[in-house]
Design a protein around this ligand. Structure first.
Ligand code: AMP
Length: 399
């Protein structure tokens, strides 16, 4: 069975085609600058790459180009698009409606539309992707896999904000959490690495990339996470501020005369590692600047690792210890120095990494010292595979 995974953004579309017989990626690619000048499709199959520069005015054209690439006589991997048995979509926000992935229906679509209010930057594009696929592949089942779903198991005390309860009731203002598909993949993979059932493990999953979040997972269920109503809360990130005293926001609005939209833009795009370092939002650039003696770059990295460490400590308390601390995503998978800095001075909590083992980059491994109580794992995340697995399982269960 062949499953196409689609992740639709405002001006981009990422895709991967899986053969679920062996969970192998048959082809993958990216359509960039949809609706803008200089649009391109980059299609990869095996070691080969095929780039097409053409006008791509909308997502319908983008999906058609993906199908064209997949069935191309020389570069394609399918004879016809009818070989695609199902499509899995990454969808950002399900509000409180879904705690699992689900087959797309009219009611599900209604719910995703209702939740645009909570995910205004992503849900509209996710909907476009689903509608285009429904139109181009009318008889192929489609599945929604939500970023928020995994966190629906959090207890109310973890997700309720300390504001009058009526605002939760009226507007559903609460913590939802994101990166759920990644945290779920990490949890399942950690259980495989540790050779233990997932429902017997306490895991702290650190997804550290341009966007970063941590989840505390008890027996396979998320009990707390750092992101909130939106992906702005929690850790300081590439360009997002993370936790702030809310007065910082109202004071800045007053002093600078910013509108709500300008303030949102500022908090999401100009803060974090970029804002503190004044160098870049890219951790590699900031590490380079710090190594060259740039004090603000050093401060940005110090601040980032400090907040990660602080939340790990908090989740150790929430879980009453942990079997494994897992690092994933761009920084978590690749930066030995950031992992070392985060884990430094945590031996009291049973966390101690082995310098030699920590030199791994982008591959799965246990980097903890043999003597340590807590295993420290590096696990490359694979949200697309998780989406493909959910899609496969849901579609087969309906047969
Ligand atoms: P992601 O959002 O998961 O794609 O992660 C992107 C972030 O990972 C960027 O800030 C990159 O600079 C960072 N990253 C990737 N490779 C490395 C590396 N070797 N060392 C430090 N940061 C890295």
């Amino acid at each position: 069975m062949k499953v196409l995974v689609i992740n639709c953004g405002s001006s981009s579309l990422k895709y991967q085609l899986f053969d679920m017989l062996n969970e192998k990626v048959m082809a993958k690619g990216l359509v960039e600058r949809i609706g803008l000048s200089g649009s391109t499709l980059t299609h990869r199959f095996g070691e080969e790459k095929y780039v097409k520069k053409t006008e791509i005015p909308n997502h319908e054209k983008a999906v058609s180009l993906v199908f064209e690439g997949l069935t191309h006589p020389e570069n394609g991997v399918l004879k016809a698009i009818s070989e695609i048995s199902a499509v899995g979509h990454r969808v950002l926000h399900a509000g409180e409606d879904f705690s699992d992935s689900i087959l797309l229906s009219d009611d599900v679509m209604k719910s995703v539309k209702k939740n645009i209010e909570l995910g205004p930057l992503h849900n509209p594009h996710n909907i476009t992707g689903m509608e285009v696929c429904q139109h181009l592949l009318p008889n192929v089942p489609q599945v929604c896999v939500f970023d928020t779903a995994f966190h629906q198991s959090m207890p109310k005390k973890a997700w309720l904000y300390g504001i009058p309860y009526e605002y939760y009731q009226k507007y559903k203002i609460r913590k939802y959490g994101f990166h759920g598909t990644s945290h779920r993949y990490i949890t399942e993979q950690a259980a495989k690495v540790l050779k233990k059932p997932v429902n017997e493990l306490k895991i702290i999953s650190c997804h550290l990339g341009n966007g970063s979040s941590i989840a505390a997972v008890n027996n396979g269920k998320c009990v707390d996470t750092t992101m909130g109503l939106t992906p702005l809360e929690g850790l300081m990130m590439g360009t997002r501020s993370g936790d702030l005293d809310p007065t910082v926001v109202t004071l800045l609005m007053k002093k600078e005369g910013w509108s709500c939209d300008e303030t949102n833009d500022f908090l999401n795009k100009k803060c974090g590692v970029l804002g503190v370092s004044g160098v870049s939002s890219d951790f590699r650039d900031v590490e380079t600047a710090a190594n060259e003696g740039n004090e603000r770059a050093k401060l940005a990295l110090d601040k980032f690792t400090y907040i990660v460490k602080k939340y790990i400590g908090a989740y150790m308390a929430v879980l009453n210890g942990a079997d494994a601390l897992v690092f994933t995503a761009g920084v978590g998978e690749n930066s030995a120095s950031m992992r070392a800095e985060i884990c430094k001075g945590m031996d009291y909590l049973g966390i101690k990494i082995n310098e030699g083992k920590n030199s791994v980059r982008g591959i799965e491994g246990d980097i903890a010292d043999d003597s340590a109580k807590v295993r420290v794992l590096v696990i490359p995340t694979n949200e697309e595979l998780m989406i493909a697995r959910d899609t496969y399982n849901i579609v087969n269960a309906k047969k």
